[in-house]
Design a protein around this ligand. Structure first.
Ligand SMILES: [Zn+2]
Length: 239
Protein backbone atom coordinates (compact mmCIF):
# COMPACT_ATOMS: atom_id res chain seq x y z
CA UNK A 1 0.00 0.00 0.00
CA UNK A 2 2.77 2.41 0.99
CA UNK A 3 4.92 1.53 -2.06
CA UNK A 4 1.97 1.81 -4.36
CA UNK A 5 1.22 5.28 -3.01
CA UNK A 6 4.85 6.47 -3.52
CA UNK A 7 4.82 5.16 -7.09
CA UNK A 8 1.69 7.12 -7.86
CA UNK A 9 3.25 10.26 -6.36
CA UNK A 10 6.36 9.81 -8.52
CA UNK A 11 4.22 9.45 -11.66
CA UNK A 12 2.26 12.62 -10.95
CA UNK A 13 5.57 14.48 -10.38
CA UNK A 14 6.80 13.30 -13.80
CA UNK A 15 3.54 14.47 -15.39
CA UNK A 16 3.98 17.87 -13.73
CA UNK A 17 7.54 18.19 -14.98
CA UNK A 18 6.49 17.21 -18.52
CA UNK A 19 3.63 19.73 -18.42
CA UNK A 20 5.95 22.53 -17.25
CA UNK A 21 8.49 21.66 -19.99
CA UNK A 22 5.72 21.64 -22.61
CA UNK A 23 4.41 24.97 -21.30
CA UNK A 24 7.88 26.57 -21.43
CA UNK A 25 8.35 25.22 -24.97
CA UNK A 26 4.97 26.68 -26.00
CA UNK A 27 5.74 30.08 -24.50
CA UNK A 28 9.17 30.06 -26.16
CA UNK A 29 7.76 29.17 -29.57
CA UNK A 30 5.08 31.88 -29.27
CA UNK A 31 7.78 34.39 -28.34
CA UNK A 32 9.89 33.27 -31.32
CA UNK A 33 6.87 33.64 -33.60
CA UNK A 34 6.16 37.23 -32.62
CA UNK A 35 9.58 38.59 -31.82
CA UNK A 36 10.80 38.97 -35.48
CA UNK A 37 7.83 41.17 -36.42
CA UNK A 38 8.34 43.25 -33.29
CA UNK A 39 11.98 43.88 -34.14
CA UNK A 40 11.03 44.56 -37.80
CA UNK A 41 8.59 47.19 -36.63
CA UNK A 42 11.28 48.85 -34.62
CA UNK A 43 13.65 49.11 -37.59
CA UNK A 44 11.11 51.05 -39.76
CA UNK A 45 12.62 54.52 -40.19
CA UNK A 46 10.70 57.34 -38.51
CA UNK A 47 8.61 59.65 -40.73
CA UNK A 48 10.80 62.49 -42.03
CA UNK A 49 8.96 65.58 -40.94
CA UNK A 50 11.70 67.84 -42.25
CA UNK A 51 11.00 66.92 -45.92
CA UNK A 52 9.68 69.87 -47.98
CA UNK A 53 6.11 69.64 -49.29
CA UNK A 54 5.97 69.19 -53.08
CA UNK A 55 4.61 72.67 -53.79
CA UNK A 56 7.59 74.31 -52.09
CA UNK A 57 10.08 72.46 -54.27
CA UNK A 58 9.19 74.32 -57.48
CA UNK A 59 8.88 78.08 -57.13
CA UNK A 60 6.05 79.82 -58.94
CA UNK A 61 6.93 83.32 -60.14
CA UNK A 62 4.29 86.00 -59.66
CA UNK A 63 3.87 88.06 -62.82
CA UNK A 64 1.66 91.16 -62.86
CA UNK A 65 0.34 92.15 -66.27
CA UNK A 66 -0.64 95.79 -66.45
CA UNK A 67 -2.97 96.83 -69.30
CA UNK A 68 -2.07 100.49 -69.88
CA UNK A 69 -4.69 103.24 -69.38
CA UNK A 70 -8.42 102.45 -68.96
CA UNK A 71 -11.72 104.17 -68.16
CA UNK A 72 -11.45 107.98 -68.27
CA UNK A 73 -7.86 107.62 -69.54
CA UNK A 74 -8.24 106.30 -73.12
CA UNK A 75 -4.52 106.48 -73.98
CA UNK A 76 -3.54 106.97 -77.62
CA UNK A 77 -6.12 107.21 -80.35
CA UNK A 78 -5.33 104.99 -83.29
CA UNK A 79 -5.64 105.87 -86.98
CA UNK A 80 -8.97 104.04 -87.13
CA UNK A 81 -10.31 105.84 -84.04
CA UNK A 82 -9.78 102.87 -81.71
CA UNK A 83 -8.37 103.65 -78.31
CA UNK A 84 -5.20 102.29 -76.73
CA UNK A 85 -7.05 101.28 -73.53
CA UNK A 86 -9.04 98.64 -75.47
CA UNK A 87 -5.99 97.27 -77.26
CA UNK A 88 -3.93 96.98 -74.08
CA UNK A 89 -6.75 95.15 -72.28
CA UNK A 90 -7.33 92.69 -75.15
CA UNK A 91 -3.62 91.85 -75.47
CA UNK A 92 -3.06 91.69 -71.68
CA UNK A 93 -5.93 89.24 -71.31
CA UNK A 94 -4.27 86.94 -73.85
CA UNK A 95 -0.90 87.21 -72.08
CA UNK A 96 -2.61 86.47 -68.76
CA UNK A 97 -4.40 83.40 -70.17
CA UNK A 98 -1.16 81.98 -71.60
CA UNK A 99 0.76 82.61 -68.36
CA UNK A 100 -1.95 80.79 -66.39
CA UNK A 101 -1.20 77.65 -68.40
CA UNK A 102 2.48 77.73 -67.37
CA UNK A 103 3.17 75.84 -64.13
CA UNK A 104 6.10 78.12 -63.30
CA UNK A 105 3.94 81.26 -63.15
CA UNK A 106 1.14 82.81 -61.14
CA UNK A 107 -0.43 85.56 -63.26
CA UNK A 108 -2.27 88.69 -62.11
CA UNK A 109 -3.78 91.73 -63.85
CA UNK A 110 -4.01 95.30 -62.55
CA UNK A 111 -7.38 95.69 -64.30
CA UNK A 112 -9.69 93.22 -66.03
CA UNK A 113 -12.20 95.65 -67.53
CA UNK A 114 -12.40 99.21 -68.85
CA UNK A 115 -11.85 100.99 -65.52
CA UNK A 116 -9.47 103.75 -64.51
CA UNK A 117 -6.63 102.65 -62.21
CA UNK A 118 -4.12 105.15 -60.75
CA UNK A 119 -0.48 104.49 -61.61
CA UNK A 120 0.40 104.36 -57.89
CA UNK A 121 -2.28 101.68 -57.37
CA UNK A 122 -0.77 99.59 -60.17
CA UNK A 123 2.62 99.71 -58.40
CA UNK A 124 1.01 99.09 -55.00
CA UNK A 125 -0.82 96.05 -56.39
CA UNK A 126 2.49 94.46 -57.50
CA UNK A 127 4.17 95.49 -54.26
CA UNK A 128 1.44 93.95 -52.05
CA UNK A 129 1.71 90.68 -53.98
CA UNK A 130 5.50 90.72 -53.64
CA UNK A 131 5.48 90.13 -57.41
CA UNK A 132 8.58 88.96 -59.25
CA UNK A 133 7.86 91.15 -62.27
CA UNK A 134 5.52 93.83 -63.57
CA UNK A 135 4.89 94.00 -67.33
CA UNK A 136 3.02 97.09 -68.48
CA UNK A 137 1.50 96.81 -71.95
CA UNK A 138 0.97 99.82 -74.26
CA UNK A 139 0.45 100.91 -77.84
CA UNK A 140 2.61 103.80 -79.04
CA UNK A 141 1.67 107.14 -80.57
CA UNK A 142 3.44 109.83 -82.60
CA UNK A 143 2.45 112.88 -84.63
CA UNK A 144 4.17 111.47 -87.72
CA UNK A 145 2.11 108.47 -88.90
CA UNK A 146 5.17 107.17 -90.74
CA UNK A 147 6.86 106.19 -87.48
CA UNK A 148 6.45 102.50 -86.64
CA UNK A 149 8.05 99.74 -84.59
CA UNK A 150 8.42 98.01 -81.23
CA UNK A 151 10.08 99.48 -78.11
CA UNK A 152 10.71 98.07 -74.63
CA UNK A 153 11.37 100.33 -71.63
CA UNK A 154 13.00 99.79 -68.25
CA UNK A 155 14.05 102.20 -65.51
CA UNK A 156 16.06 100.29 -62.85
CA UNK A 157 19.26 98.65 -64.17
CA UNK A 158 18.19 95.38 -62.50
CA UNK A 159 15.41 95.15 -65.10
CA UNK A 160 17.74 95.37 -68.14
CA UNK A 161 18.26 91.58 -68.65
CA UNK A 162 14.50 90.99 -68.27
CA UNK A 163 13.73 93.83 -70.73
CA UNK A 164 16.18 92.37 -73.29
CA UNK A 165 14.77 88.83 -73.10
CA UNK A 166 11.16 89.95 -73.51
CA UNK A 167 12.01 92.53 -76.21
CA UNK A 168 13.80 89.94 -78.35
CA UNK A 169 10.75 87.65 -78.40
CA UNK A 170 8.34 90.57 -78.73
CA UNK A 171 10.04 92.00 -81.85
CA UNK A 172 10.19 88.51 -83.36
CA UNK A 173 6.43 88.09 -82.74
CA UNK A 174 5.21 91.52 -83.91
CA UNK A 175 7.36 91.54 -87.05
CA UNK A 176 7.63 95.33 -86.64
CA UNK A 177 10.79 97.42 -86.83
CA UNK A 178 13.10 96.93 -83.82
CA UNK A 179 13.31 100.31 -82.07
CA UNK A 180 15.32 98.88 -79.19
CA UNK A 181 15.40 98.59 -75.39
CA UNK A 182 15.35 102.05 -73.80
CA UNK A 183 15.63 103.64 -70.38
CA UNK A 184 12.81 106.02 -69.41
CA UNK A 185 11.32 107.31 -66.16
CA UNK A 186 7.73 106.24 -66.76
CA UNK A 187 5.92 106.41 -63.42
CA UNK A 188 4.81 102.76 -63.51
CA UNK A 189 8.52 101.85 -63.79
CA UNK A 190 10.05 104.33 -61.32
CA UNK A 191 7.45 103.44 -58.66
CA UNK A 192 8.25 99.72 -58.86
CA UNK A 193 10.44 97.83 -56.41
CA UNK A 194 10.33 94.60 -58.43
CA UNK A 195 11.45 93.90 -62.01
CA UNK A 196 9.43 96.26 -64.19
CA UNK A 197 9.25 96.83 -67.94
CA UNK A 198 6.91 98.69 -70.27
CA UNK A 199 6.19 97.38 -73.76
CA UNK A 200 5.24 99.71 -76.61
CA UNK A 201 4.14 96.94 -78.95
CA UNK A 202 3.69 99.12 -82.05
CA UNK A 203 2.43 102.54 -83.17
CA UNK A 204 -1.35 102.88 -83.18
CA UNK A 205 -0.79 106.10 -85.15
CA UNK A 206 0.89 104.12 -87.96
CA UNK A 207 -1.72 102.60 -90.34
CA UNK A 208 0.33 99.44 -90.96
CA UNK A 209 1.13 98.76 -87.31
CA UNK A 210 -2.41 99.53 -86.18
CA UNK A 211 -4.09 97.29 -88.74
CA UNK A 212 -1.99 94.35 -87.56
CA UNK A 213 -2.34 95.18 -83.85
CA UNK A 214 -6.13 95.15 -84.07
CA UNK A 215 -6.19 91.68 -85.65
CA UNK A 216 -6.86 88.68 -83.43
CA UNK A 217 -4.07 86.57 -84.96
CA UNK A 218 -1.46 89.29 -84.45
CA UNK A 219 -2.54 89.70 -80.83
CA UNK A 220 -2.28 85.93 -80.28
CA UNK A 221 1.21 85.90 -81.76
CA UNK A 222 2.30 88.94 -79.75
CA UNK A 223 0.94 87.49 -76.49
CA UNK A 224 2.83 84.23 -77.09
CA UNK A 225 6.02 86.20 -77.82
CA UNK A 226 5.72 88.13 -74.55
CA UNK A 227 5.12 84.91 -72.58
CA UNK A 228 8.09 83.21 -74.29
CA UNK A 229 10.31 86.14 -73.33
CA UNK A 230 9.17 86.00 -69.68
CA UNK A 231 9.80 82.24 -69.69
CA UNK A 232 13.27 82.66 -71.23
CA UNK A 233 14.23 85.01 -68.44
CA UNK A 234 12.82 83.10 -65.44
CA UNK A 235 13.85 79.64 -66.70
CA UNK A 236 17.49 80.73 -66.54
CA UNK A 237 17.27 82.53 -63.22
CA UNK A 238 18.84 80.75 -60.27
CA UNK A 239 16.57 81.11 -57.26
ZN1 LIG B 1 0.17 104.06 -73.26
Amino acid sequence: MKRKHRKRRQRSQVIWVVMVVVLIAMVWSIYELFSPSVSAELTVPPIQKTAKPQEELSKRYKIVIDPGHGGKDPGAEGVSGNHERAYTLALSQKVFDLLQQEPMFEAYMTRTDDTFVHLEDRNQFAHDLDADALVSIHGNTYQDPGVSGTETYYYADDSIPFAREVHERLVEATGFRDRGVRKEGWKVLTGSNNLAILLEVGFLTNPGDEMEMLSESHQDRTAQGIVNGIKDYFANRED
